[in-house]
Design a protein around this ligand. Sequence first.
Ligand code: SF4
Length: 247
Amino acid sequence: MSGYMTYDEILKKSETLNESYELDVSIFEDVVDELLNSEKDTDSVVLEGFRRLLQSVDGTMENIDTFLDMKPNCFMGCAFCCYFPIRVSKMEAKLFFQSIEHMSSERKEDIFRHWEAYYEKFPQKVETALDIDPEDPDMKWKYKQLNLPCPMLNEETQLCMAYEVRPVPCRTYVNYSDPTVCATQHMPKETVSYDFLYTFYFQAMNELLQALYENGEELSVEYPMDAWSYDYLPGWIRQYREGELVT
Ligand code: SF4
């Protein structure tokens, strides 16, 4: 396929997806089964589960693209979507921070320095963003209008500083049309969010944690409370920096 898809073409593909696509849940279930049957220690099982289930979301996105015969036009260095609100559970936030703690010292220091500058540069915008009611129907619009970058976005390179463990909403938002729509509009109608994939990822993550919990394992996340407590990513990062969120 060449050229950019029109909005109507994208809508037609979405209909086909809704009507005919059968999601392969084994992509998620196999990760959980394999890890629960492994000899790895509990912390490694949870952290690896988190990373691999994020990859399962990517794999499912690729399957969808193959099924619909379409290809995103998103490219490295385009980061307009990194100004949208990213909401994650406390469980995901903790595993995200644990993943960062496992990075090289150089990478970690880069991220910590970046956060320091970020919270100094945008104190008011962060406050305003965190005050936006997540249930407000205009939440995304209000947040995006703030023009507040995600705290993981390196504004010079326009790259995510923790790309391999970026949250699900960062993975499931794609543009199959002209990429300039993301540059010129806050909420382009042509973009697609496969939000429903979060449910499959979350269920699998929940299944993994529940099995370990019922088995009496000591978990680095407080289960089930952490799985049901949500906030914007800048809020979790601020708590983590201030020592209020311990991994
Ligand atoms: S986590 Fe990374 S990919 Fe997601 S919004 Fe932030 S910078 Fe962008």
